[in-house]
Design a protein around this ligand. Structure first.
Ligand SMILES: [Zn+2]
Length: 511
């Protein structure tokens, strides 16, 4: 296995700053709508001059400008749905929101709120959350379509949620559990308010827990969240709902019929159970964390026998953490045993499981999962973040799905460029138009990853990809780290990834 030292080292390492956010209530100056500018940013140690410039350049007024975005029309045989991820909603930024959530803010968190958007380095405040959802609704109204459902791939809650609770609310463990679940449900309600009656299918993120980041939530938390979420699942039978609720309360996963495609089962996994944070997961001591593989196999067998299809929805995708690889410390997001297990399991359901939806990366990315023989099996569609905490622009997606199978056909990414003096949501790109490919399916992603993998970052298509990657912030991928990012698209296991990155780095340095 090639080691971290064998391929070109990165020249840009943003996460070194991001991994150690420190609260710093600075004001950036300037006024919007008579309010203060957003002050609740994280001070990021060792910021590059470029990032500082980005932050200073951004005036974060929440306003609506005329949108010159391309039309997003429904196409024959397709319906529309909304894809959202990593909202990381920060209720502590606004004492009024805390009161709405039934708590009394302490003196430390009484500062009046702003109507300006949260900026780079901060999680989503209410103005940002609201504007994203409003823009999703406006986009549908302008283009005369209706979302048939919403997929949310997790991380509803802001980072450092527990520390801020102690600072702003100062309650006990039970109060914290209730507050966390209530905040998840608050976000859910905000989606429903913007998109009345649209079913919401959501997955738990690693931050969505009352027990700590990456730690399985308490039974009470799961029960509270299930109670709220189950009301938004659309028209399914009482028996199906009860079964899904019971599964969620047990393990944080559930399966329900796609509200718009009866043949398509939406299988929502708790992939936090497979995260690499638990090195025992999927090993001899803990072969099937939470019994989730056993459950998934049963669900898929039932779908297959019924002649249906399935789409998997989760927070953390399998594969390599490209950013850490670019910093010379490659590791996988899932325990490799779990990734192997999934590959083997899904290998038996080729043509049944159509795709996987995930988030967690906070970037606009895709991956391809292969079967144990290395044959490409499924596209992993990764949804960019609403939260700009990792210096990306906020973004979400509008998708076209096949009405017969539920397969993702195409999608548009919509972003809010916070570096603009007056940020406004726009349509950043439509996948098929941007890449000149017929669909956003496995064949298209195989073709795109092959094109990207054989070129350097100077190629037009790679530049395009690198800009979309940060939802319009193009600084995350550098020429020297391009092999890490392009290899992460296709190589799920660390050994294959290291070989790919080494080969590509060598090819780039000896053209
Ligand atoms: Zn996240």
């Amino acid at each position: 296995m090639a080691t971290a030292g064998t391929f070109t080292k990165p020249v840009y390492t943003p996460m070194t700053a991001m991994a150690i956010p420190v609260m710093d209530h600075r004001s950036h100056g300037g006024r919007c709508h008579g309010g203060r500018s957003y002050a609740g940013g994280y001070a990021l140690r060792s910021l590059s001059a470029k990032i500082s410039f980005l932050i200073l350049a951004a005036s974060t007024c929440a306003l609506s400008l005329p949108d010159n975005s391309p039309a997003l029309h429904p196409r024959p045989g397709t319906g529309m749905f909304l894809l959202i991820s990593d909202l990381h909603f920060d209720p502590y930024a606004d004492p009024v929101i805390l009161q709405k959530l039934g708590v009394t803010p302490t003196a430390a968190c009484q500062a009046p709120a702003t109507d300006a958007f949260a900026n780079y380095g901060s999680d989503a405040n209410y103005p940002l959350l609201k504007s994203a959802l409003q823009h999703a609704a406006t986009t549908a109204a302008r283009n005369q379509f209706h979302y048939d459902y919403v997929i949310v791939t997790g991380d509803f809650l802001s980072h450092h949620f527990d520390e801020r609770f102690q600072q702003c609310v100062a309650g006990g463990a039970d109060a914290y559990t209730k507050f966390g679940a209530d905040t998840v449900r608050f976000v859910d309600a905000a989606i429903s308010e913007a998109l009345p009656g649209v079913p919401i299918i959501a997955a738990l993120g690693n931050n969505d827990s009352d027990k700590g980041d990456y730690i399985q939530p308490s039974d009470v938390f799961l029960k509270n969240v299930a109670e709220g979420w189950s009301r938004g699942w659309g028209k399914i039978s009482a028996a199906e709902r009860d079964e899904a609720v019971a599964s969620f309360e047990r393990t944080g996963n559930y399966a329900i019929t796609n509200p718009a495609v009866r043949k398509n089962e939406l299988v929502v996994l708790n992939s936090n159970l497979w995260a690499t944070r638990d090195p025992q997961a999927c090993g001899q001591g803990n072969p099937d964390p939470g019994g989730q593989f056993d459950w998934l196999a049963k669900v898929l067998e039932k779908v297959k026998r019924g002649g249906g299809t399935a789409s998997l929805v989760m927070h953390i995708p399998p594969g390599v953490d490209a950013l850490r690889a670019a910093m010379g410390r490659p590791r996988t997001l899932w325990d490799e045993g779990c990734a192997q297990e999934l590959s083997e399991l899904l290998g038996g359901y080729r043509g049944v499981v159509l795709q996987m939806y995930a988030g967690h990366i906070h970037r606009d990315e895709f991956r391809i999962l292969s079967d144990p023989e290395g044959k490409p099996l499924l596209p992993i569609h990764i949804i960019p973040a609403i939260s700009p905490v990792y210096l990306n622009n906020p973004a979400f997606e509008v998708g076209w799905y096949d009405r017969a199978s539920g397969e993702l056909r195409d999608y548009a990414a919509l972003n809010l460029d916070l570096s603009k003096p007056r940020p406004a949501w726009t349509t950043e790109y439509v996948f098929t138009q941007a890449y000149g490919l017929p669909r956003a399916d496995l064949a298209a992603l195989k073709s795109l990853s092959a094109t990207l993998g054989t070129g350097n970052l100077q190629a037009a298509v790679a530049k395009q990809y690198a800009t979309y990657y940060g939802a319009g912030v193009g600084m995350f991928i550098a020429p020297g780290t391009w092999p890490d990012y392009s290899c992460a698209q296709t190589e799920i296991m660390l050994r294959d990834f290291a070989q790919c990155a080494t080969t590509r780095a060598n090819a780039l340095s000896n053209p």
